[in-house]
Design a protein around this ligand. Structure first.
Ligand SMILES: NC(=O)C1=CN([C@@H]2O[C@H](COP(=O)(O)OP(=O)(O)OC[C@H]3O[C@@H](n4cnc5c(N)ncnc54)[C@H](O)[C@@H]3O)[C@@H](O)[C@H]2O)C=CC1
Ligand SMILES: N[C@@H](CC=O)C(=O)O
Ligand code: NA
Length: 428
């Protein structure tokens, strides 16, 4: 057997400890598959003395992750600290400059600095791998960069944040409050260090930007992702959407159109009988549509210690085997700058509003929709509460701009109570 692959791990939280657990549990299996042993040489985290439930005494300790990244007794640096600036970025850059391969789970870092980091890795001749960064344990980066490399990609979409899916499904299925569901997701190790990244759709937006870059051979452009989180989704929306046969999901879609690259991450309704509609808990689903292969659906755990560490060790084994692929599926210098297009592909929409208890109220709203060229597919009105009645409308396909025009016109009718909620429907 050849010399071991010597690794250093920066970050001993959910993912770092998950990785060490796999390496300690299956050393022979990993060595057999990698063709050489994978050995942990040194580790770093904020607190040396913390009990992490594993014996770490065989590994050298570094307080500073940058010093860890520069050690001359390692071949590969694993960055599982998190954050797009600060120690994660500095240590990753230091590892590459020192000629070490890098495996990271950090989508924030790559969404903001992936182009430069990939370029630096290629110039230095080291591998940069990030399977864990997108949809946790689902091998979606591998699927796109390897198995589907011969396909022109029509669309990539999916549920890419375990926390949001967990919160939405627990609120609906178990009747938990947002706060209760959030706290359970925390206990399962799903949350980012800053959970506003999860519920604000930003973490999922990071992942979508990485997938879009690979799918379309474009530079990572996170700033162009149209983002909306789950903060405005209420329990009424969840219940009333269910009444109409839908589930609410934080759904990302990347698509190259004649106007440029559309990337959007927002709450959407999907049919409750569809594979996306049946996605429970921290599970993620990524749907890839290729011209030769057709539709591929990948489903699995998107967060948590085991699934995320599974993706990290997969990358490490690939590097130990000598597999060298460009991080984004083609040389970083060849990634082109895509024109960013606002999402304009028409879709049906769900509209929820409250209308005053006045004759002709519904007719006025229907007229505004008609004037904006929007036709109604289905409609439901609930009983009056406090002089107003909740109304749900499902439209036929329309554009968001036509819908916004109609919603603006609603305000002039004098029958609208409060602000309407509009959610796109994806019949995937
Ligand atoms: N938890 C999950 O399910 C998933 C996490 N990720 C990504 O993996 C990375 C790590 O996430 P978690 O393990 O959940 O985070 P965590 O918060 O559980 O652990 C972070 C670790 O980094 C260490 N750290 C923080 N600042 C440091 C510094 N200045 N110097 C040295 N160590 C420092 C902490 O002490 C801790 O051990 C993040 O980029 C996250 O986005 C990716 C997919 C899933
Ligand atoms: N916070 C993320 C963790 C994995 O990327 C999520 O909830 O999906
Ligand atoms: Na993955």
């Amino acid at each position: 057997m050849t010399a071991p692959l010597r690794i250093a791990i920066a970050g001993l939280g959910t993912v770092g400890i998950g990785l060490i657990r796999i390496l300690q549990t299956h050393p022979q299996m990993i060595a057999a598959r990698a063709g050489r042993p994978v050995e942990i040489v040194a580790v770093s985290a904020r607190s040396k003395g913390k009990d992490r439930g594993l014996d770490l005494s065989a590994y050298a300790w570094e307080d500073d992750p940058v010093a860890l990244a520069r050690r001359d007794d390692i071949d590969l640096f694993v960055e599982v600290i998190g954050g797009h600036e600060g120690p994660a970025k500095e240590a990753t850059e230091a590892a590459i400059a020192a000629g070490h391969h890098v495996v990271t789970a950090n989508k924030a870092l790559l969404a903001h600095h992936g182009n430069e980091i990939a370029l630096a890795a290629e110039e230095t001749g080291v591998a940069l791998r990030f399977e864990a960064a997108v949809a946790g344990g689902i091998p979606v980066i591998k699927a796109l960069t390897e198995g589907l490399a011969g396909n022109e990609i029509a669309r990539v979409l999916g549920v890419m944040n375990g926390t949001c899916n967990y919160i939405l499904t627990r609120m609906e299925d178990a009747g938990l409050t947002y706060e209760e569901a959030f706290s359970e997701a925390d206990g399962l190790g799903y949350l980012e260090a800053d959970p506003t990244l999860d519920v604000g759709g930003i973490d999922a937006g990071h992942k979508l930007a990485l997938l879009a870059a690979i799918a379309y051979g474009t530079r990572v452009d996170f700033d162009a992702v149209e983002l909306e989180g789950i903060g405005s989704v209420t329990i009424e929306d969840i219940r009333q959407a269910a009444d109409m046969g839908y589930k609410i999901k934080l759904l990302g879609v990347a698509q190259m159109t004649g106007r440029g690259l559309e990337q959007r991450m927002s709450p959407c309704l999907v049919p409750d009988t569809s594979p996306l509609g049946q996605l429970e808990g921290g599970t993620n689903m990524v749907v890839i549509e290729g011209d030769a292969v057709g539709q591929i659906v990948l489903r699995g755990a998107g967060a948590g210690a085991g699934p995320t560490a599974s993706a990290v060790i997969g990358d490490i084994i690939d590097i130990a085997r000598g597999l060298r692929l460009p991080a984004f599926g083609q040389p970083a210098a060849s990634l082109r700058r895509a024109r960013a297009a606002r999402a304009a592909v028409p879709a049906p929409y769900y509209l929820r509003m409250a209308l005053a208890d006045k004759p002709g109220a519904l007719a006025k709203i229907a007229a505004c929709l008609g004037e904006a060229g929007i036709s109604i597919d289905r409609m439901r009105q609930y009983g009056h509460v406090d002089q107003s009645a909740p109304v749900l409308i499902v439209t036929h396909k329309t554009t968001r701009s036509a819908l916004d025009e109609a919603i603006d016109a609603f305000s002039g009718t004098g029958v609208l109570v409060g602000t309407p909620v509009a959610i796109r429907i994806e019949n995937v």
